[in-house]
Write a protein that binds this ligand. Structure first.
Ligand SMILES: C[S@@+](CC[C@H](N)C(=O)[O-])C[C@H]1O[C@@H](n2cnc3c(N)ncnc32)[C@H](O)[C@@H]1O
Length: 257
């Protein structure tokens, strides 16, 4: 939260950019049961009174998700004046064209369903913005699964930004090399957190920042998060703060989307 205060003091705008926002809720299967969790837009906006961003950008490539998110946010936060776009990721990246490279800063939450929705050039364009911090989920398990499939060649090439991945041999090497490529864009080390199920790795969460203080704080969080299992997640989120807990009680939780 100190990072937040420092950003607010130094920039004209402090923007929240969530181009894979989803519907506001996501499903997880825990011990055979489907459980709904508040997604990234709800978690970020539920804290806006204490930690407000000056601008929120929410978008999703599925129209019904955008409509559900709009309805859900209006019910939960009446009067909030937020924008919800029906837009692909590549189109959302144009958001950065309207920002001031000297005076604005952005927190980007990039949470695609897989590697094929995040072309390298789009991630690169965002990271070339001077004051951007990014949380990026990389579906490592999907890359591992698909690496041998000829029909995945184009999507992995687009994700990686060149055909060089084909010589790297394993999915693990591809993700490591991808990380190095991003590190060379920002000129700093990237912190990663492995998000695992009891029997398999789900994805890697990359925290990408030019700010070393922020990266150090994330190192601490990472060591704690690495000890949390999905079974603990409900209690972790519920205990996190009263305002987040009320999201679980909202009856829109039972809506389909
Ligand atoms: C993993 S979910 C996002 C979850 C969300 N961040 C949350 O916390 O609930 C990925 C979302 O990306 C959307 N999506 C898929 N392809 C997309 C694309 N090319 N551009 C934008 N959104 C896309 C899907 O409709 C889905 O809602």
């Amino acid at each position: 939260m100190n990072i937040f205060k420092s950003a607010k003091n130094h920039f004209r705008k402090w923007c929240y950019f969530d181009p894979f926002s989803g519907s506001g809720l996501f499903d997880l299967e825990i011990a055979g049961n489907k459980v709904k969790f508040p997604g990234s837009p709800l978690l970020s906006y539920s804290r806006h009174e204490n930690f407000p961003f000056s601008e929120y950008y929410f978008a999703d490539g599925k129209k019904s998700n955008v409509e559900s998110l709009n309805t859900r946010m209006n019910s939960l936060f009446p009067g909030s004046d937020l924008n919800y776009r029906y837009s692909t990721f590549s189109n959302s990246v144009k958001y950065f064209d309207n920002l001031d490279r000297d005076d604005d800063s952005v927190l980007a939450i990039i949470d695609p369903p897989g590697h094929s929705q995040i072309p390298f050039e789009d991630i690169q364009q965002i990271l070339e913005f001077p004051a951007v911090d990014m949380f990026l989920t990389v579906m490592t398990s999907g890359i591992h699964r698909n690496i041998e499939l000829s029909e995945s060649y184009d999507s992995i090439t687009s994700f990686f930004g060149s055909e060089d991945w084909a010589h790297l041999g394993s999915g693990e090497n591809i993700v490591q090399e991808y990380k190095s490529k991003l590190e060379s864009i920002i000129g700093n080390k990237i912190q990663t957190i492995s998000i695992d199920m009891p029997t398999q790795k789900l994805y890697d969460l990359f925290y990408i920042s030019r700010n070393n203080t922020a990266t150090k704080i994330l190192n601490d969080i990472a060591s704690k998060l690495n000890q949390i299992t999905l079974n603990d997640l409900t209690s972790v989120i519920s205990k996190q703060s009263p305002d987040v807990k009320t999201l679980f009680d909202y009856d829109g939780f039972n809506q389909e989307n």
